[in-house]
Design a protein around this ligand. Structure first.
Ligand SMILES: O=c1ccn([C@@H]2O[C@H](COP(=O)(O)O)[C@@H](O)[C@H]2O)c(=O)[nH]1
Ligand SMILES: [Mg+2]
Length: 210
Protein backbone atom coordinates (compact mmCIF):
# COMPACT_ATOMS: atom_id res chain seq x y z
CA UNK A 1 0.00 0.00 0.00
CA UNK A 2 1.34 3.45 -0.88
CA UNK A 3 2.22 5.92 1.85
CA UNK A 4 -0.67 8.15 0.79
CA UNK A 5 -3.21 5.31 0.93
CA UNK A 6 -1.85 4.05 4.24
CA UNK A 7 -2.26 7.52 5.73
CA UNK A 8 -5.79 7.96 4.46
CA UNK A 9 -7.14 4.55 5.42
CA UNK A 10 -5.30 3.61 8.57
CA UNK A 11 -6.94 6.42 10.55
CA UNK A 12 -3.67 6.84 12.42
CA UNK A 13 -4.12 3.70 14.43
CA UNK A 14 -2.86 3.95 17.99
CA UNK A 15 0.09 1.71 17.27
CA UNK A 16 1.60 4.15 14.79
CA UNK A 17 4.56 6.10 15.99
CA UNK A 18 4.04 9.67 14.82
CA UNK A 19 7.27 11.50 14.06
CA UNK A 20 7.21 15.25 13.49
CA UNK A 21 10.17 16.57 11.51
CA UNK A 22 11.00 20.24 11.58
CA UNK A 23 12.20 21.67 8.26
CA UNK A 24 14.56 24.63 8.75
CA UNK A 25 17.93 23.44 10.01
CA UNK A 26 16.71 19.86 10.32
CA UNK A 27 15.98 19.04 6.68
CA UNK A 28 16.91 22.31 4.98
CA UNK A 29 20.14 24.24 5.57
CA UNK A 30 18.69 27.61 6.64
CA UNK A 31 21.84 28.86 8.41
CA UNK A 32 24.37 27.91 5.71
CA UNK A 33 22.26 29.30 2.91
CA UNK A 34 21.43 32.44 4.87
CA UNK A 35 25.14 33.20 5.32
CA UNK A 36 25.88 32.60 1.64
CA UNK A 37 23.08 34.91 0.44
CA UNK A 38 23.85 37.55 3.11
CA UNK A 39 27.51 37.76 2.02
CA UNK A 40 26.45 37.98 -1.62
CA UNK A 41 23.94 40.77 -0.94
CA UNK A 42 25.90 42.70 1.65
CA UNK A 43 29.58 42.02 0.89
CA UNK A 44 30.80 45.07 2.80
CA UNK A 45 28.94 44.38 6.03
CA UNK A 46 30.16 42.33 8.98
CA UNK A 47 28.97 38.76 9.27
CA UNK A 48 28.99 35.94 11.81
CA UNK A 49 30.70 32.70 10.71
CA UNK A 50 28.66 29.57 11.41
CA UNK A 51 31.19 28.43 14.05
CA UNK A 52 30.36 31.59 16.02
CA UNK A 53 26.56 31.47 15.73
CA UNK A 54 24.77 31.40 19.06
CA UNK A 55 21.06 31.64 19.78
CA UNK A 56 18.10 30.66 17.63
CA UNK A 57 17.33 33.91 15.82
CA UNK A 58 20.10 35.09 13.51
CA UNK A 59 18.85 38.68 13.64
CA UNK A 60 19.30 38.83 17.44
CA UNK A 61 23.01 38.05 17.19
CA UNK A 62 23.52 40.44 14.27
CA UNK A 63 21.75 43.17 16.27
CA UNK A 64 24.65 43.01 18.71
CA UNK A 65 27.07 43.88 15.89
CA UNK A 66 25.23 46.89 14.49
CA UNK A 67 21.75 48.41 14.67
CA UNK A 68 21.03 48.27 10.95
CA UNK A 69 21.91 44.59 10.49
CA UNK A 70 18.70 42.89 11.70
CA UNK A 71 16.76 44.47 8.81
CA UNK A 72 19.38 43.22 6.38
CA UNK A 73 19.15 39.74 7.91
CA UNK A 74 15.36 39.75 7.44
CA UNK A 75 15.71 41.01 3.87
CA UNK A 76 17.79 37.93 3.05
CA UNK A 77 15.33 35.28 4.26
CA UNK A 78 12.24 37.22 3.16
CA UNK A 79 13.54 37.32 -0.40
CA UNK A 80 11.70 35.44 -3.13
CA UNK A 81 13.33 32.05 -3.71
CA UNK A 82 15.12 31.82 -0.35
CA UNK A 83 13.06 28.93 1.05
CA UNK A 84 12.64 27.26 -2.32
CA UNK A 85 16.41 27.14 -2.89
CA UNK A 86 17.53 25.97 0.56
CA UNK A 87 20.00 23.10 0.21
CA UNK A 88 19.35 19.83 1.98
CA UNK A 89 21.04 19.10 5.30
CA UNK A 90 23.34 16.21 4.51
CA UNK A 91 21.50 12.87 4.60
CA UNK A 92 18.17 14.45 5.63
CA UNK A 93 16.16 13.56 2.55
CA UNK A 94 17.21 9.92 2.42
CA UNK A 95 16.58 9.59 6.19
CA UNK A 96 13.10 11.15 5.90
CA UNK A 97 12.22 8.93 2.95
CA UNK A 98 13.50 5.81 4.71
CA UNK A 99 11.61 6.75 7.87
CA UNK A 100 8.41 7.34 5.93
CA UNK A 101 8.55 3.80 4.54
CA UNK A 102 8.98 2.15 7.94
CA UNK A 103 6.09 0.01 9.17
CA UNK A 104 4.08 1.34 12.09
CA UNK A 105 5.31 4.88 11.68
CA UNK A 106 3.93 8.10 10.23
CA UNK A 107 6.19 11.01 9.38
CA UNK A 108 4.88 14.56 9.26
CA UNK A 109 6.76 17.72 8.44
CA UNK A 110 6.10 20.26 11.15
CA UNK A 111 7.43 23.70 10.38
CA UNK A 112 6.80 27.27 11.48
CA UNK A 113 6.22 29.76 8.68
CA UNK A 114 7.62 33.25 8.80
CA UNK A 115 5.11 35.94 9.68
CA UNK A 116 6.14 37.50 6.35
CA UNK A 117 4.55 34.54 4.62
CA UNK A 118 4.40 35.77 1.01
CA UNK A 119 7.12 33.48 -0.36
CA UNK A 120 7.87 31.22 2.59
CA UNK A 121 4.54 29.36 2.62
CA UNK A 122 4.40 28.27 -1.00
CA UNK A 123 8.14 27.75 -1.22
CA UNK A 124 8.11 25.34 1.71
CA UNK A 125 5.65 23.22 -0.28
CA UNK A 126 7.82 23.54 -3.39
CA UNK A 127 10.84 22.38 -1.41
CA UNK A 128 8.97 19.35 -0.09
CA UNK A 129 7.67 18.38 -3.51
CA UNK A 130 11.10 18.73 -5.10
CA UNK A 131 13.15 16.94 -2.43
CA UNK A 132 10.73 14.46 -0.86
CA UNK A 133 8.15 14.02 -3.61
CA UNK A 134 4.48 14.96 -4.05
CA UNK A 135 3.31 12.20 -1.72
CA UNK A 136 4.75 14.15 1.20
CA UNK A 137 2.49 17.12 0.50
CA UNK A 138 -0.29 15.30 2.39
CA UNK A 139 1.90 15.27 5.50
CA UNK A 140 2.66 18.93 6.04
CA UNK A 141 1.84 20.84 9.22
CA UNK A 142 2.62 24.53 9.16
CA UNK A 143 2.04 26.11 12.53
CA UNK A 144 3.35 28.89 14.70
CA UNK A 145 2.65 26.74 17.74
CA UNK A 146 4.08 23.22 17.68
CA UNK A 147 3.06 22.54 21.27
CA UNK A 148 -0.56 21.94 20.22
CA UNK A 149 0.37 19.34 17.59
CA UNK A 150 -0.08 15.64 18.26
CA UNK A 151 2.84 13.24 17.84
CA UNK A 152 5.29 11.06 19.76
CA UNK A 153 8.57 12.66 18.66
CA UNK A 154 9.44 16.13 17.43
CA UNK A 155 12.91 16.43 15.89
CA UNK A 156 13.69 20.13 15.94
CA UNK A 157 16.79 22.34 16.21
CA UNK A 158 15.12 24.99 18.37
CA UNK A 159 16.31 24.15 21.90
CA UNK A 160 13.17 25.42 23.67
CA UNK A 161 9.80 25.11 22.00
CA UNK A 162 7.12 27.11 23.73
CA UNK A 163 3.45 27.64 23.04
CA UNK A 164 -0.07 27.44 24.43
CA UNK A 165 0.28 23.85 25.62
CA UNK A 166 2.53 23.71 28.66
CA UNK A 167 3.10 19.95 28.39
CA UNK A 168 3.26 18.99 24.72
CA UNK A 169 2.49 15.36 24.02
CA UNK A 170 5.66 14.77 21.98
CA UNK A 171 9.19 14.28 23.21
CA UNK A 172 11.54 16.83 21.75
CA UNK A 173 14.78 15.52 20.23
CA UNK A 174 17.12 18.45 19.68
CA UNK A 175 18.73 18.33 16.26
CA UNK A 176 22.21 19.78 16.50
CA UNK A 177 22.80 23.00 14.62
CA UNK A 178 25.51 25.68 14.67
CA UNK A 179 23.32 27.95 16.82
CA UNK A 180 22.38 25.43 19.53
CA UNK A 181 25.61 23.53 20.31
CA UNK A 182 26.14 25.36 23.58
CA UNK A 183 22.44 25.88 24.38
CA UNK A 184 20.88 24.46 27.51
CA UNK A 185 18.47 21.71 26.42
CA UNK A 186 17.03 20.71 29.81
CA UNK A 187 18.19 17.09 29.57
CA UNK A 188 16.64 16.45 26.16
CA UNK A 189 18.25 13.95 23.81
CA UNK A 190 20.23 15.34 20.92
CA UNK A 191 20.61 14.05 17.39
CA UNK A 192 23.93 15.05 15.82
CA UNK A 193 23.20 14.50 12.17
CA UNK A 194 21.37 12.27 9.67
CA UNK A 195 24.48 10.50 8.45
CA UNK A 196 25.71 8.34 11.33
CA UNK A 197 22.50 6.28 11.46
CA UNK A 198 21.77 7.06 15.13
CA UNK A 199 18.31 8.38 14.21
CA UNK A 200 17.30 4.75 13.62
CA UNK A 201 18.20 3.87 17.24
CA UNK A 202 15.97 6.69 18.48
CA UNK A 203 13.06 5.48 16.34
CA UNK A 204 13.50 1.87 17.49
CA UNK A 205 13.65 3.03 21.09
CA UNK A 206 10.34 4.89 20.76
CA UNK A 207 8.70 2.02 18.88
CA UNK A 208 9.31 -0.21 21.90
CA UNK A 209 7.68 2.34 24.17
CA UNK A 210 4.35 2.87 22.42
O1 LIG B 1 17.07 33.39 12.45
C1 LIG B 1 16.01 32.88 12.10
C2 LIG B 1 14.94 33.64 11.68
C3 LIG B 1 13.79 33.06 11.31
N1 LIG B 1 13.70 31.74 11.36
C4 LIG B 1 12.43 31.24 10.96
O2 LIG B 1 11.75 30.88 12.13
C5 LIG B 1 10.93 29.80 11.87
C6 LIG B 1 11.48 28.65 12.62
O3 LIG B 1 10.88 27.55 12.17
P1 LIG B 1 11.17 26.11 12.71
O4 LIG B 1 9.95 25.37 12.20
O5 LIG B 1 11.25 26.19 14.20
O6 LIG B 1 12.45 25.66 12.08
C7 LIG B 1 10.94 29.56 10.41
O7 LIG B 1 9.97 30.32 9.78
C8 LIG B 1 12.32 30.07 10.05
O8 LIG B 1 12.37 30.42 8.73
C9 LIG B 1 14.72 30.95 11.78
O9 LIG B 1 14.64 29.73 11.83
N2 LIG B 1 15.89 31.55 12.15
MG1 LIG C 1 14.15 24.58 12.70
Amino acid sequence: MSRRARGRFSNFCNKDLIVLLDMDQVLADFEGYFLKRYKERFPNDPFIPLEERKGFFIRDQYAKLRDDLPDKVRAVYNEEGFFRDLPEIEGAVSAALEMSKMEGLEVFLCSSPLTEYQYCLTEKFEWIEKHLGPEFLDYVILTKDKTVINGHILIDDRPRIKGSCKSPIWEHIVFNACHNLTSEVDGKRRLNNWTDGKWRDIIEDFKKRI
